[in-house]
Write a protein that binds this ligand. Sequence first.
Ligand SMILES: O=P(O)(O)OC[C@@H](O)[C@@H](O)c1c[nH]c2ccccc12
Length: 257
Amino acid sequence: MMDASEDELAPEVRSILAAARDRPGGETRVSVDARSFPDAVAAAEAEGRVPLVAEVKPTSPTTEGTRGDDPVELAREMVDGGATALSVLTEPEHFGGSAENLRRVREAVDVPVLRKDFLVSEAQLDAVEADVVLLIARFVGDDLSELLAAARERGFQVLVEVHDRAELARALDAGADIVGVNNRDLAKLDVDLETFESVAPHVPDDVTLLAESGVSTVEDVRRMRAAGADALLVGTAIMDGDVRANTDRFTTAEISE
Ligand SMILES: O=P(O)(O)OC[C@@H](O)[C@@H](O)c1c[nH]c2ccccc12
């Protein structure tokens, strides 16, 4: 999206976006046999676990240092800790990710895997197979419907990320059925859990709704669930320390009162 609102983005985010626009796509069109994300969420719920998407995020503009562990090892620990699905960063320049990390993780686990990146063109969908791809409403602008259709044609499920009610309306108009509300403001990079609480009431029941970013305690997990989150997406608080224990703590947040 090339409009005035781009000036309002944090410098790091502008740099991420500039890099994303230059990134080439895959050479041949992918065709994915996707593992159902809504089914995985329902299964976790039926077992009394908090449906959690655990994120393999080696670093980020808001994290200090880089975690160099093998992403496959981290992914296995997350699944052992009860994660419903995984998110794997594929953005190389600001998040330490790669398409290869995603490919290896998806081969090693049997839960759905989300490709976390800043996709802005159809060809970029072909870089690697995943069960779910992310489209960020703010970044794809008027191309949302087209990219959503292009992704579905390839077999991907699509998570559309929004930050306010106006973006939610655009996501729903485009036909999004998995929506994530990002608590992180891409203009300031700060996190406010009230973002989810203010947008969630306007999301129809048949949409699978994720609360993204800034969940760092078991209290936060319960708070997002109380506000209507079908699932949570957690990166930093899982990557910090014992990945398996962290995942276990969050997925059992509703049993271990
Ligand atoms: O590390 P956190 O605060 O738990 O956040 C995870 C995830 O929501 C965040 O990494 C994220 C949300 N939307 C994104 C878009 C691209 C890259 C990363 C993200």
